[in-house]
Each structure stands twice: as structure tokens, then as C-alpha cells.
Design a protein. Sequence first.
Lengths: 320, 352
Amino acid sequence: MIRVVLRRLVYLVLVLFVITLLTYIVFFVGNPNDLAARFAGRDAGPAEIRDAAVRLGLNHGFWYQYWHYLTGLLHGSFGLDFQNQVPINSEISRAFPVTASLVLGAVVIWLLIGIPIGIMSATHPRSLRDRAGTTFALTFLSMPTFVLGVLFLLVFYYYLTRAGLSWFPAAGYVGLTSSPGQWFLHLILPWLTLALVQAAVYTRLIRGSLLDVLGEDYIRTARAKGLSRRTVIYKHGVRAALTPVVTQLGIDIGTLLAGAFVTERVFGLPGLGQLALNAIGAADLPVVAAIVVLAASFIVVMNTIVDIVYAVLDPRVRLA
Amino acid sequence: MSQGGLIGVDVEQERAEEKDPELLAKGIEQEFVGRTPWRLAWLRLRKDKVAMVSLGFIVFLVLVAIFAPLLTALIGHGPNTQYTTSGLSLSGIPVGPGHNGFILGTDDQGRDVLSRIIYGTQISLEVGVGATGLALVIGTVIGLLAGYYGGWVDSVLGRFMDILLSFPILLFAIAIVARFGPSLELLIIVIAMFSWPYIGRLVRGQVIGLREREFVEAARALGASDLRIMVIEIAPNLIALAIIYATLLIPVNIVLEATLSFLGLGIQPPTASWGNMISEAQTGDLYTVAWWFLVFPCVALVLTTLAFNLFGDGLRDALDPRQGRGHLGAKAKVKRGARLLVGKLDEGEAQS
């Protein structure tokens, strides 16, 4: 186990190195003076641009800047942003709870929808219920997140409000600590948007995986030795069928925690995705790099957790 | 039960019944000779009504994209022309579907929604098919090399694919597009760049299995070069897999294009793409009273991805009955006949 974690850590460092380097290259292929000019203010002369370059550290060579950035990272600091010279750490710590609320709530909903439908489909293959489940999955699988979000806003916010039913608030975010009720209300539509699309993926995943497992010989053995259908399906079948779900969940949580761009944009949630989009629009390189680094670390950390969960779920991994 | 396999049996039986008198004359053996795996797959696919309807819709989309200028000329409204008098009411509200000759209504700038959707079809297919094609080429080449040579080549290429797959794709695509300025070509390249590893991994897996097969060994014994073995012997066996996953990757890439355009980083207005139509609609408030210019592009996008997904599923069942949704458990119940058919398809593929 320790070896797995250690190997993962080395991998994390490798991935982070490659990703930060690529981000830097992407933004510095052009002329750093252009970048400096963007932040020097309106009607800036050559002197102001030079000042801006010095202030932002752009006057140094590429490798120097990159090294400076890496040492900062090792000290746990993402540095200052270009636009306002504010510590990026504080911007991130303001945005992260928003994204985390959105993603973790959605995860709960999509698992609660996806897994039961998937199990129902798999245990009654080719039945009407299975067909309904598959149709549900395919519909939402073909539904881009932003389409669902935009349509939700139109129907559940505008149309309902105009009909005199102000059940859902407009876009925006209210902190959990300032008002739990409002926090919940503001997140219902974003949660559903994210969750329904993901639930479709999980329905398909668990259906396929459970059907495969139920075709295994050991399931027949379990039935033959007299265990009830329920025990066989849930204790022997579902448990083994969860492995691909755990993998996918790790990837999804990792990716989404670094910003659910589309959902955040549609519903005006000031999370990491919005922060990244704004920073990209403003060519605020350090912020973009910070979020890319965060994203990659989330993904690799989640992968490590998945490896550990595997060992718990699947005795073959544990014993190997 | 293996659905694909069973459908195969049905087809066989039905054909046998249809041709019964002839068969009696010619002898049954002959009827079964000369039916290529592709033909078998087509017979299976033709039985799948959902897949055929989806295929019809895809063909329709392709025709719409090709004849977009002709169609908009027939409608009489250009995609970017603002019909401020006929397309907007006096108070500036867009005209609803079916009014003043605007079949799907107009948007907040008085432009014809249908004409814009028609031109959006062009963009969606260009990016979806273009990026998928590019990803297919890169993925197949890299996957072939990794799978065939194994060893350190495989380690390096495999790791590279893993790293690409653990990238925050959307974020990185956004960053690149923001840096270099959005264009159709860049969009295709960026999307392909992040989707080829999926194909690469699949191809690699297949090749690892194939390179130990007898026909490869035979080719090597006959003195064939590595290149020849890869291109002539192994690659043809990957065609079925490539077709299936390309069909399933196209909708993913179409959605990626639409998403980037929605975020303002894809196709730039006034050029119409479904993504930027939805985004433009959502930036104002007018869509809340004139739903059509928001909803119709959404419908176009969803129907298109749905059609590709359904067709891809059908194709998978038809070409690769072992892995499709039909495979799904109850393996033990697969009839011997079905097994034999599957085996036949497999053998045929290996030789085609």
C-alpha cells in the first residue's frame, strides 16, 4: 500500500511538472512584452510597459520565471495575480467552497439516481423498466450540460416565476455559513443540471458492469448453493460491479473540483471555473496556471484514493 | 443473451426460410458461403430500427450541411442578415415560429433561426468529424506503435497517453484557444489533441492481442517487415473498432465544440454555431419571452448527439456483438449457434 501511494506521489510530481511547464509555454510562446502591455494600463508608453514587466516579473527569462514559480509552489504559494496583484491563494480559497458545494452535492444526487436505475436495468434486462432506464441514460447522455442548465433556468426560474411561483432564485451563490436555506435553494438547479448528465453516465456504467458480473460463474454458484436472489445481486453482484464506478467517480470528482466551468457559468456561481474563465479572458497567467495545477493534483489525488478503495472493494487487489 | 449474436441467428434463420425453395435446389451449404463479416454486420444493423432511423437522421444532417447555401436561398433568409423590419416586432420582440416566413422564428437581432441552425450544422459536422478523423489517425498510429513494439516504446507512449488523459481537458483547451485566438482549424486541432488518447489506448489493447496471433507469426515467418505487418496484417483488424469508437467520439467532439463556442472560445459570432447561438440567446433577457431562438438550437444539438450515440450503439452491436450492450451478462446462456457466428465474424475480420 505504501509503495502504491509513493509511486502515485512521484507520478503526481511528474504530472504537475509537465502541466505547469505546458501552461507556461502556452502563454509565453508569444512576446512577454505583449503580456506586460496588457497590464500596464491604458495608453501606456514604453516606460510604463517596462515597469509593468518588472512588476510582474516578466523581465526575466522564461526558465527563471518558471523556476521562481515552482519554488513558490513548493512553499505552498501560487503567487500574486497579474490583474490586481492579489495573492492567488486567497482568491482560490474564496472560490473553492463554491465549487466544492456544487460538486459534492451533485455527486450525492447523481449516485442516488444513477446507481438504482442502473441496478434495476441490469437485474431486469430487456424489460420495460430496463428500456426506460436506458432511454433516460441516452437522453441525458446526449444533453450537453449547458443546454440542460439553460433550459432549467428558462423553465424553472423564468416561467415559474412569471407564473407566480418563485420557488427557485435566479443565478448566484449564497454561502452555507451565511444562510443554509438560501445556499440550498440557490444550488438546487445547478446540482440537478450537473447530476442528471452525470447520472446518465453512471446508469450506463453500472448496468453494463453489473450485467457482466451477473454472467460470471461464481454468481451461478452462489445461486446454486441456495442464496436468495437479493443476496446474490447485492452482496456478490453489486459489490463487484462497483469497481468501474469507483474509478469513474474518482476521475469525475477530481476533474469537477477544479471547476465545473459550464454549470458555474450558466448559473453565475463564483467558483474555480469562473475564476479560471475570467483569468483566461484577461490573460492572467499565474491564476490560470494555479487552477491547472490544482486540477491536475485533484485528479491524481482522486486516482490515489481510488486505488485504495479498490483494495477495500476487491479482495484480489488487496491480496496481490 | 448476446443480442448481436442472436440477431445474427435470426437473420440466418430468416434468410434460410425466405430462400427455402432455392436452397433446396442449390443445397444449403452454398447459401452460407461468401457472406463476409461486413455483410453479416450490415444485416444485423438493418434489423436495428433505432440505429437505422439514427443513420437516416445523420445522412439528413450531412445533406443539410452540404446544401446549406441552397437551402437558405430557398428559405430566402441569409444566416447573418438582420431583418429588422420583418424579423422584429415594433417593440423589438423577435418574430415567432411560422410568422412572416420565418419557419423557426427570429432571434433578438432579427436573424432567421432556421438559416442559422442550418449553417450551424455545417460547423458542428466539420468540427465533430474533422477532429474525430484527426484523433483517429493519431490514435491509431500511436496505439499501433505502442502495442506492436511493447517494451520501452509502450511505456513511454502509454505514460504519455495516461498523462494526457489525466489533464483537465476543458480547462486546457480553453487556455490554448484563449492564447492563440479562436479559429475553426485551432478548434479541430485542440479537440483532436485531447481525444486521440482514448482511441490510442483501445488500439494498443487490441494490437497487443493481435500481435501474438498465428497470422502475424506466419507473416513474420515469411519475412514481412514490421511496417508491413503493422499496416497490412494488423491494421485491417482494427477497422471495426475504429468505426465504432469514431462514431461514438463524434458526438463527444460536437458537444465539446458547442461548449467552447458557448463559453465564447469557439466559433465567433456572427458566424453561427449551435453553441454560440445558445450563448448569445442567453446573454440577453429576450429569450424568456421568445423561447424559440434559445430552444431550437438546443434541440438541434441534442438530436444530433442523440442520433450519433444511438447509431454508434447499434453499430457496436452489429460489428462487435461480444462487446455491445447486448453482451451484458447471461453469457452462459449464449447459444452455441450464436457463438459460432461470433467466431465467424472474428475469423473473417482477422483475414479481411
